[in-house]
Design a protein around this ligand. Structure first.
Ligand code: HEM
Length: 120
């Protein structure tokens, strides 16, 4: 069974989107990056984010991650912001009672995108 399936597949992603998004938008360290983002598309993007982090089917490439965040890097996106998102990802999964060993695997996947997201 894939990591995506072990966590609960698409149903788990849908539940996680709400929790994760609430945490991110409430966090003053990072919510400015979401200011001018099309809100209608946000749910889909959060879903894509979490599906990717769960090792699921929508596998984004590094180039996509680089492009998707290039505008944010110009706004000052750095390691501290990336760390904050990682924190919310872990916190969301904890709230959903995902086992620690699976949370570690999710964190490793998200972590592997750091340099692309930060454009370096
Ligand atoms: C967009 C993944 C880190 C803020 C996206 C998209 C994905 C994604 C899949 C949608 C791209 C598209 O289809 O258009 C990730 C992953 C990350 C990460 C895997 C690593 C943990 C971050 C961080 C921030 C951030 C650290 C800011 C604190 C955004 C914003 C958008 C976005 C604002 C929308 C950009 C726009 O519409 O112009 N991300 N992201 N992401 N991400 Fe991330």
């Amino acid at each position: 069974q894939s990591l995506f399936e072990q966590i609960g597949g698409e149903a788990a992603v849908n539940t996680a989107v709400d929790i994760f998004y609430r945490k991110v938008l409430a966090d003053h360290r990072i919510n400015r990056f979401f200011d001018n983002v099309d809100m209608e598309q946000q749910a889909a993007k959060q879903k894509a984010f979490l599906t990717m982090a769960f090792g699921g089917p929508n596998s984004y490439t590094g180039a996509d991650m680089r492009n998707a965040h290039a505008r944010l890097v110009k706004m000052g996106l750095d390691d501290s912001h990336f760390d904050a998102v990682m924190e919310h990802l872990g916190g969301t999964l904890k709230e959903l009672n995902v086992p620690d060993n699976l949370i570690e695997q999710v964190a490793a996947i998200a972590e592997s995108t750091r340099n692309d997201v930060l454009g370096r």
